[in-house]
Design a protein around this ligand. Structure first.
Ligand code: SF4
Length: 353
């Protein structure tokens, strides 16, 4: 009965921390998570409309200097080599044209984290992508100074990301031993204080409790300029230090977290990080934006993020010059999203048809 009451009320007003904990504890079976997803979809539609946005991705802009690497990172995979993109400003107009051919309007410029280089490298990339007509948000970890944030604001960055993954101090220091929760909090406060939109990430399955997750979500809700929440699910790579210690998180646990987050935040972008194969589940759980189901920039010949989809028809490769290409799964992502009853941005729909 209490579940029905909370969900009925949640359609009209945001839920409290106590109600969020109750929902985590009481929606593990279909009779709980199905009505939870229904409430999240209703709130998304009323507050944000019915369009699911798909961003492009320009990742690995510089080498990550966090040592030791975060336990869940690709860098912990035995034999993994960091492939920095190394794009030069004069290449960016052609790269931007490649993205635009797919209908992409917005790109994420991603890290790693390099406190000595990240700010200046990202500002240059941001400037040139903006001049080439794309909207941009950035994600480089705790490597930015206030002057970088102010410069990015002048360049009209859509948002700057400060991910936490977890805010449980013990879990954070165990899974992110080379990182600092204190520095991440300072960066988030700096972004918000400067009037720049803030994006952040919560990872499910690191050993955090439901209470931790709820405290994390309400911490983020306290920021005036909070703009976009991403929820990711822990993946344990073979041969990494987590193998045998922890299991990869279930996408359903990610989906319940996304749906509960929608009932808390209401009118922000909510995004699932990775897992484009799970798009129908993300659509059901109140998500309205993703990056890793969109087009991405790649060096030709490097393993594709979409390697497991390459056997399907519909992955597009667009030459971006100088040995680079845009790889786009957008026709597949669009089909999955529309089959779930949502629309995509008109520019993407047009490019896919
Ligand atoms: S900050 Fe990002 S890229 Fe660097 S080790 Fe952690 S997860 Fe990997």
């Amino acid at each position: 009965m209490r579940l029905e009451e909370i969900l009925e009320k949640s359609v009209e007003e945001e839920i409290t921390p106590e109600e969020a904990i109750y929902l985590f504890e009481n929606t593990q079976a279909p009779e709980g998570y199905l009505p939870l997803f229904k409430a999240a979809c209703t709130v998304r539609k009323e507050e944000m409309g019915n369009v699911f946005r798909l961003d492009g991705f320009v990742g690995a802009s510089m080498e990550c200097k966090i040592e030791p690497p975060c336990c869940y990172c690709w860098r912990t995979k035995p034999g993994h080599k960091w492939g920095t993109l190394d794009i030069r400003p004069e290449q960016i107009p052609q790269i931007a044209e490649g993205f635009k051919k797919t209908g992409t309007t917005t790109v994420e410029i991603g890290g790693g984290t390099d406190p000595e280089k990240s700010g200046l490298v990202i500002i240059e990339l941001l400037r040139h992508f903006k001049e080439s007509g794309l909207n941009v948000w950035v994600n480089v970890g705790p490597a930015l100074e206030e002057e970088h944030i102010r410069e990015m604001k002048k360049l009209d960055v859509e948002a700057i990301t400060c991910s936490f993954e977890t805010m449980n101090e013990e879990v954070f220091s165990r899974v992110k031993p080379g990182d600092s929760l204190k520095k991440r909090k300072q960066l988030a406060e700096l972004i918000d204080r400067n009037g720049v939109s803030l994006n952040s990430v919560l990872m499910v399955g690191l050993g955090e409790s439901y209470k931790d997750r709820v405290a994390h979500l309400f911490y983020l809700k306290g920021f005036k300029n909070f703009h976009r929440l991403s929820v990711t699910c822990l993946r344990v790579f073979p041969g990494s230090s987590l193998e045998g210690q922890m299991s990869s998180a279930s996408p359903l646990e990610g989906a319940r977290t996304l749906a509960i987050a929608r009932l808390i935040f209401r009118n922000i972008y909510i995004s699932a990080g990775g897992g484009y194969q799970n798009i129908p589940l993300w659509v059901m759980s109140g998500v309205n934006r993703m990056t890793h189901a969109g087009a991405h920039l790649s060096k030709k010949g490097q393993p594709s993020r979409f390697a497991d989809l390459e056997s399907l028809a519909g992955i597009e490769h667009i030459d971006a010059g100088n040995g680079y290409e845009i790889i786009s799964p957008l026709s597949i992502s669009t089909c999955y999203i529309r089959s779930g009853g949502m629309d995509v941005e008109p520019s993407i729909l047009k490019a896919c048809s």
